[in-house]
Ligand binder design. Structure first.
Ligand SMILES: [Zn+2]
Length: 286
């Protein structure tokens, strides 16, 4: 009897241990699989969120996820827009040849550059009453500029182009002069490296009123007029105050860019930068 009792006890102990081990394994495997499921679900939901936007680009998916991790406070719209712009990389890194050459859609900034050889087609000289010396813009931008300056003149304001098309070579000298004076890091905040200047497109114009230095343009009546009217002629303020991150440049009250009336109005209404417009409307087509 005692022997049997002892055996029984051993068997019970053995099965209890087996039961405990199996239970432990089952719990571990449930936790493990749950974790995988949760991870997958997170991934799927996240993709679905980005997906909802019609400017979502599939090949940027990992970059959206990574950018969201680094910038948890941004909205989904901001994340997709910023990554489409290229802001998840430092300025002047991950750069590419810009597309839409010789069109009003061309985007030139710290991620998109023009080659040394690019000279826009159909450059035309601006009427000398609206410019300082020999200033050239692409024909349709030039016409729009003259119309705008003419209208301002009727209202006793003077809008004068002081820097328009600039060749690659010109920009080499300009940038080097600034870099020598202030150092590369500071020069980069206000001057473009050669190939990265919008002035090489023949669609950008720096203006002043003929009296105040251009850096004071913001305090002039002409600036107020431009704020209200530039978009009607297809021009936008290219480097707004609250968009320095998106554009990569300090605020410039004097630098305007021709994008056409339709896009200019859209940008004016939505108070966005051209980078954001491009990221949400044109990037996907590139
Ligand atoms: Zn400029």
């Amino acid at each position: 009897m005692t022997i049997m009792k002892n055996d029984n006890y051993k068997i019970k102990k053995k099965s209890l241990i087996i039961f405990a081990i199996s239970l432990f394994l089952i719990i571990i495997s449930i936790l493990y699989s749950l974790n995988i499921v949760t991870n997958n679900e997170n991934k799927i939901t996240e993709n679905k969120i980005f997906n909802k936007l019609d400017y979502y680009i599939k090949k940027n998916d990992l970059r959206y996820t990574q950018y969201k991790k680094n910038n948890p406070k941004l909205t989904i719209e901001q994340i997709v827009t910023h990554v489409n712009i290229g802001l998840d990389n430092d300025y002047y890194t991950n750069t590419r040849h810009t597309k839409n050459l010789n069109t009003q859609y061309i985007l030139v900034n710290k991620y998109n550059f023009l080659t040394e050889k690019y000279i826009p087609k159909n450059l035309e000289k601006i009427n000398s009453q609206y410019s300082l010396g020999n200033m050239y813009l692409v024909d349709y931008a030039k016409e729009a500029f003259e119309k705008m300056a003419q209208q301002a003149k009727k209202e006793n304001l003077s809008i004068i182009a002081m820097s328009t098309y600039r060749s690659y070579k010109y920009q080499v000298n300009l940038y080097n002069t600034y870099a020598k004076k202030d150092g590369k890091e500071i020069a980069d905040t206000y001057s473009a490296r050669p190939g990265f200047s919008e002035h090489q497109t023949g669609l950008a114009v720096d203006i002043y009123n003929g009296k105040e230095p251009y850096t004071n343009f913001e305090v002039t009546e002409e600036f107020k007029w431009m704020e209200k009217n530039a978009y009607k002629y297809g021009y936008i303020l290219r480097f707004p105050k609250n968009k320095t991150k998106e554009t990569g440049y300090n605020y410039e009250s004097w630098h305007y860019r021709y994008v056409g009336e339709e896009i200019a109005k859209y940008i004016y209404d939505k108070k966005i930068s051209y980078e954001e417009y491009y990221a949400q409307n044109l990037e996907k087509k590139d």
